[in-house]
Ligand binder design. Sequence first.
Ligand code: BGC
Length: 347
Amino acid sequence: MTESNRRPFGRTPEGEPVDLLTLNNGTISCQLITFGAALRSLWVPDREGKPVDVVLGYDSLEEYRTQDAYLGAVVGRFANRIGGGRFTLNGETYTLAVNNGPNHLHGGVRGFSYRVWTVAEQTADRAVLTLHSPDGEEGYPGDLTVKVTCQLEGAALRLRYQAESRGDTICNLTNHSYFNLAGQGSGPVLDQEVALMAGRYTPSDETSIPYRRLDSVEGTPMDLRRPTALGARIDEDFQQLTWARGYDHNYVIDGEPGVLRPAAQALCRSTGIRMAVSTTLPGVQLYTANYLSPRAGKEGARYAQRHGFCLETQFFPDSPNRPNFPSPVLRAGEQYDHTTVFSFSAE
Ligand code: BGC
């Protein structure tokens, strides 16, 4: 580990030092900060071979500490929403913070995205970050240890999430990067094309809690099986879209969870950058930054609503309360082991 690929990124008010790590394999490079294990930058070549930073981020630790948008962060212990902030496990009901309307969102008030992670290992193209979450933290049962491995492989970024608990718990880890394949800070992403390998999604109520069913996307603006510009149908008068102010929905990825399989594709015609997402997880949340209020981003960039899109691979929202959804329960001693790969090319 040389000094140039690890440097200080400030201190929390409690005095904990936060570092910025740089990984580079000669094809792509990225920066991670130990606060929230957040992906701060990701440079990938455009069709001319020029590196373009395709994720949104901030300049200062203060902005990461106080943000409401989870830019780049690893989200947990349970990413996405849990209805009413309650769930039952082994006959016991657990109460979590209600921090998003009537629901629990993204691990609570001080979820994993607001914690300082430990660097367990760093090489030129790989970093391993760990976190300990004690039993009862944010209301969750089970003493949990989490490990996220961030590996550059050719033109791909591979994120492996591993966790183990001493007591039964629920676990759902994702990365909350906002992508803009035209380059961060270049405005709305509505002309970027997205395809999702998903014939079904989980329709949700006004507070984004899924109903007890999976609906076909067929014949609706939720159908993104063929590459579609994000803006093509986003403003249609379709209740799911008007309630969420755009796409903010969990899609059921075709095929078998547990196996790494294609989940999504995205393409920006101006840079030629294409991104392919594959995952072992059962679902992916497409979020078109509907609630990203105007704000300053890194290096003088300005961000606003729809200036990025997230593809958050995950267990389905509210799955702790939905026996018909894939189970996010992690039993004591079992291994949580999921991988998501973001691969890039240019055309
Ligand atoms: C959620 C949005 C929420 C956002 C917070 C997304 O994962 O689905 O509803 O507003 O995170 O930045």
